[in-house]
Design a protein around this ligand. Structure first.
Ligand code: ZN
Ligand code: ZN
Length: 315
């Protein structure tokens, strides 16, 4: 029964923009209907309908096929656990000096820290959509630990990124301490998270840990190499899949002003085509060399222009 629920939640997340969009759409539609029924005159209703029809036909969305990369809540339906590897078998890396011209924080003007450096072709070759990451060969995951603002950038080529200046945050401090100027460069491997484990994580996340029986808790504890007694004990650095976000989900619009999603409209509301997708999370199990009074660094990606948005979550 529980695994059926988990499978259902996983499936829901993979249709029309994901669980939150679908719920958002349904509640808006219901509210709109109630509002219309109570407040509108017949002519007003008619005019509003015509206006909406014309808006949609101008956008060409009535018969539009949903872009596959937009449909899922997660950028990659398959999630991978990220582990430090003893040898370079997959050509994914962590750490090392910044490899891109432009990898400078627009706020503090210091070099960005390179966390993960992902081989996009290796992931395409594993049965993931060939559309992922546009025409990029590699996707670097950068973040500035010095400032509380998010780090935002678009990868322009194999050796150039363009940062986008975030809005300044004045009343917060960065939670990071004792981080080096660059992390030690080591190979990493992306290990597919088994569906049975993903189901347990989904149940623990959407319901609570008591929904798992003792055998399931043991299985999860042994997979995570950590004794799990509450959902706060779950730490899993992962790339792709249904990532577990400590402070819940965000609706982030693509911050790249030149991105074509801003002109696409949406079948549901005005902004869902430019909503970013959940891509990766670096959690305290990741083994990076700094004091962790943080919980997570979360990476979102625009499905269209591959702009990256990275921010931290406190525990
Ligand atoms: Zn900075
Ligand atoms: Zn975009």
């Amino acid at each position: 029964m529980r695994s059926q629920i988990a499978n259902l939640l996983h499936k829901l997340a993979n249709v029309v923009g994901g669980i939150s969009n679908q719920a958002d759409y349904e509640s808006r539609e219901r509210l709109d209907k109630i509002f219309m029924d109570f407040s509108a005159e017949v002519e007003t209703k008619y005019e509003a309908t015509l206006k909406e029809q014309s808006r949609r036909s101008k956008l060409g969305l009535l018969d539009a096929t949903m872009p596959p990369q937009w449909e899922s809540q997660f950028y990659l339906p398959q999630g991978y656990r990220v582990l430090v590897a003893s040898e370079d078998s997959q050509n994914h890396w962590r750490g090392g000096p910044p490899k891109h011209e432009g990898a400078i924080c627009p706020i503090c003007k210091k070099p960005l820290l390179l966390f993960w450096d992902i081989d996009c072709n290796e992931l395409r070759s594993r049965g993931n959509s060939t559309e992922i990451f546009g025409d990029l060969d590699r996707l670097p995951l950068y973040y500035c630990c010095r400032r509380p603002e998010p780090t935002i950038y678009q990868v322009l080529s194999i050796n150039k990124i363009q940062t986008i200046r975030p809005e300044l945050v004045s009343d917060e401090e960065s939670p990071f301490e004792d981080y080096p100027n660059e992390f030690e460069r080591k190979p990493i491997k992306l290990e597919p998270i088994p569906r049975a484990i993903e189901n347990l994580l989904i149940i623990a996340k959407y319901f609570d840990l008591p929904w798992l029986n003792s055998d399931e808790c043991k299985l999860l504890s042994s997979y995570l190499k950590e004794e799990i007694s509450s959902t706060c004990d779950i730490h899993l650095s992962q790339f792709g899949g249904a990532i577990d976000l400590t402070q819940g989900r965000d609706v982030l619009k693509c911050p790249n002003k030149t991105c074509s999603t801003h002109d696409m409209g949406s079948p549901f509301s005005d902004d869902t085509f430019n909503k970013m997708k959940e891509l990766a999370v670096i959690d305290v199990d990741s083994g990076f060399e700094f004091k962790s009074n943080y919980s997570q660094i979360v990476f979102h990606i625009c499905w269209k222009c591959s702009t990256i948005h990275a921010d931290y979550r406190c525990s």
